[in-house]
Design a binder for this molecule. Structure first.
Ligand SMILES: NC(=O)C1=CN([C@@H]2O[C@H](COP(=O)(O)OP(=O)(O)OC[C@H]3O[C@@H](n4cnc5c(N)ncnc54)[C@H](OP(=O)(O)O)[C@@H]3O)[C@@H](O)[C@H]2O)C=CC1
Ligand SMILES: Nc1nc(=O)c2c([nH]1)NC[C@@H]1CN(c3ccc(C(=O)N[C@@H](CCC(=O)O)C(=O)O)cc3)C=[N+]21
Length: 300
């Protein structure tokens, strides 16, 4: 079998189009422009690339983008003050503090200082609790993007065996909650899991969010399974020339695509969906803030 490629890049473009449509309507009918503020502390080059691309897509969707770039040695008090100012700014409907933060800053403290209704990452403990209890919340962008692709491919996920590799707060755990919400039988695997290959072989749906380049080979994948590769790993690519690099996922694409029923590529899979869902969450937050009906199909 050769897997169907799930084109996250194309799917993300359709999500962004829907977002842009809602933004246009909010402007015309209500005179409101949704705004997204992104806070970047320090100069991590990968983070700078993401932040730039988020800002560009925010503006392309017709929304306002506010970028706050702070020095790497910014104090916790100063960062909290920036978040507080954004919490109180009526033009800002979504706030994202780019992670990871420099080591001297307490990530939990900073994330939990964001007003939950503006927490478009869905990382605030209130949103985590709401998601865990099946209540309306802000849903983390990366797992939301994965869920949208899975629903689009399968229709119903009910009764499917899903294995999520990785238990981080930003990907693995919320992904497992969403799959459970769609009535999958969910296993969360991690670095202490015994016989990971056997666990993964049971899965109808595999979500790999490990951060280890090409760790999951094709012979761990059940014939016909759907593989969602969250990993974004930059590795050396001497074949492209000296000092060149390329992006790979956490799944060994070639061998997995030979047995899977469907698979997301890297790049062009989960990454673009993450940003599209960030824009979607911003529109959702803006509608909720203004007591307006929120767009359908843009959240879980
Ligand atoms: N496409 C996108 O938009 C995004 C992509 N990413 C990418 O997704 C990947 C995961 O990110 P994130 O969740 O933040 O990463 P973390 O490092 O926070 O978590 C990694 C998880 O993988 C587990 N793990 C590590 N090694 C193994 C192993 N050998 N076997 C089984 N499990 C293992 C860890 O287990 P333990 O808990 O036991 O240590 C941990 O739970 C990264 O490549 C990241 O770049 C992340 C966010 C967004
Ligand atoms: N508060 C916070 N929220 C995040 O959502 C968040 C974060 N911090 N920190 C970093 C991770 C990573 N992340 C990505 C988003 C898009 C791509 C993406 O669009 N990737 C492209 C390729 C980009 C490239 O070429 O480098 C693709 O996969 O096709 C990747 C990774 C969001 N993150």
């Amino acid at each position: 079998m050769t897997a169907q490629v799930i084109d996250g890049k194309a799917f993300a473009a359709t999500v962004r189009e829907k977002v842009a449509g809602h933004v246009a309507r909010l402007k015309e009918e209500h005179g409101i422009t949704p705004g997204l503020a992104v806070v970047l502390v320090g100069e991590d080059p990968a983070s700078q690339v993401y932040v730039r691309s988020k800002g560009k897509q925010t503006v392309e969707a017709g929304m306002n983008s506010y970028e706050h770039k702070l020095e790497a040695d910014t104090s916790e008090a100063d960062l909290l003050a920036v978040v507080d100012q954004l919490n109180n700014d009526p033009n800002v409907h979504g706030i994202l503090v780019q992670l990871p933060l420099p080591g001297h800053l307490n990530e939990d403290l900073i994330i939990n200082s964001i007003a939950p209704e503006k927490d478009v990452d869905g990382f605030h403990i209130s949103n985590v609790g709401l998601l865990g209890t099946g209540q309306k919340s802000m849903v983390p962008c990366t797992p939301l993007g994965c869920l949208m692709m899975l629903r689009d491919h399968h229709g119903s996920l009910s009764g499917m065996d899903a294995v999520v590799i990785g238990r981080s707060n930003i990907v693995g755990k919320p992904m497992a909650q969403l799959l459970l919400g769609d009535s999958c039988t969910v296993t969360i695997a991690h670095s202490r899991t015994k016989d990971l290959p056997e666990v993964v072989r049971r899965a109808d749906i595999v979500v790999a969010a490990v951060g280890r380049p090409e760790m999951v080979p094709g012979d761990w994948i059940k014939e016909g399974a759907t593989v969602i590769d969250v990993g974004i790993n930059r590795i050396d690519a001497p074949e492209k020339g000296e000092g060149k690099t390329r992006l790979v996922g956490d799944v060994h694409y070639e061998s997995a695509a030979a047995v899977a029923g469907a698979i997301t590529p890297v790049p062009g899979g989960v990454g673009p969906m993450t940003i599209a869902c960030l824009l979607a969450n911003t529109v959702t937050a803006c509608c909720r803030a203004n007591g307006l009906a929120e767009p359908e199909g843009l959240t879980a």
